[in-house]
Ligand binder design. Structure first.
Ligand code: 3PG
Ligand code: MG
Length: 347
């Protein structure tokens, strides 16, 4: 894989550096609900400060605001970063998406961001699949380098695109089926088993266009309706009562999946096995999270829901790499070009 040049090789002493981080964190009532992405952004900022940058200006989007909207202000994130780094040379700009030029990759907004900066560091792995002013436009105006997080993400996820140790087990689930088929198409062929749960399983059962077989649930936790307190029972898949929904994989499937995961030497997991936000339909996702964490295979987990499931179980440090990217990780593994990466000169 083509690797962009690294901030470690940039001459930053006495220079003004603009950094694009992915500080798009979930907020709840104006507070930061999960600071994983903030913490992941710190090492690059620290490096720049330690290497005597004159000024470090951080920019990011947060959420999908339509114009200026105080609900999407980066102020809580700014405060948290100041607490973590405590340095007067650090500045955090307001949400880039408050400017309508951001998502249009408008040259005028890119020039505004580049203005009075000497170089640009792209560290927002979660956003490099977007060709926006703060990810691509500005990188065309200033000498651009990859930050430490971006670099590490490309290395870790990139391992799955190269030679891997076998058995290679791919686990896929969740609701956004369209987003994940590309990864199955690109990686599934070299996997020894492809385990599929969630909504994805239903679609593949009806019509599997993939050129290989997938392991589908043989039993499901069936619910009478899509509700947290619905009537529910475990049934073999082909005995799902008319009008009922499979909201989780069943215990026999859990055992099958756990056996595959237990034998793996390489694992990629993206997407929950059921509606894990509801405790009665969370067992399958929990089992996958635990089996992946227990394994000593090279394991990579991507996507916000799988990350959340791991974190809620306190298992986030038990996998080889937990990606901060959702869509970006998937597009990379689909073999697609990431515009925010290709715009950076090669190392
Ligand atoms: C994400 O959370 O997926 C990234 O920060 C990108 O956000 P977006 O999907 O709104 O562009
Ligand atoms: Mg997204």
């Amino acid at each position: 894989m083509r690797l962009p040049r690294s901030v470690r090789d940039a001459d930053v002493g006495g220079r003004r550096v603009l950094v694009r981080s992915d500080l798009n964190v979930p907020l709840a009532g104006g507070r930061i609900a999960d600071e994983t992405r903030i913490r992941a952004s710190v090492p690059t900022l620290q490096l720049l400060l330690e290497r005597d940058a004159e000024r470090v200006t951080v920019c990011s989007h947060l959420g999908r605001p339509k114009g200026k909207d105080p609900k999407y202000s980066l102020q809580p994130v700014r405060e948290r970063l100041q607490q973590l780094l405590g340095d007067d040379r650090l500045e955090v700009l307001e949400n880039t998406r408050f400017n309508p030029g951001e998502t249009k990759n408008d040259p005028a907004f890119a020039r505004e961001l580049a203005d009075e900066n000497d170089l640009f560091v792209e560290d927002a792995f979660g956003s490099v699949h977007r060709a926006h002013a703060s990810t691509v436009g500005v990188a065309e105006l200033l000498p651009a380098y990859a930050g430490l997080l971006l670099e590490r993400e490309l290395q870790e996820l990139g391992k799955l695109l190269g030679e891997v140790e076998h058995p290679f087990v791919l686990i896929s689930g969740g609701a956004k089926v369209e987003d994940k088929l590309g990864v199955l198409q690109n990686l599934g062929g070299k996997a020894d088993s492809v385990l599929v749960g969630g909504k994805m399983a239903e679609e593949l059962r009806e019509d599997n266009q993939l050129p290989f077989d997938v392991v589908l649930p043989t039993d499901v936790v069936a619910a009478s309706e899509f509700a947290e307190d619905a009537e529910a029972r475990v049934v073999p898949y082909d005995e799902l009562p008319e009008g009922w929904l499979g909201l989780d994989i069943g215990p026999v499937t859990c055992e099958t999946f756990a056996r595959h995961i237990g034998a793996a030497r390489t694992i990629f997991w993206n997407g929950p096995m059921g509606v894990f936000e509801w405790p009665r339909f969370a067992a399958g996702t929990k089992m996958v999270a635990e089996a992946v964490a227990r394994s000593d295979a090279y394991s990579v987990v991507g996507g916000a829901d799988s990350a959340r499931a791991l974190t809620e179980l306190g298992l986030e440090d038990e996998v080889s790499w937990l990606s901060t990217g959702g869509g970006a990780a998937l597009e990379l593994l689909e073999g697609k070009d990431l515009p925010g990466v290709s715009v950076i000169p090669e190392s």
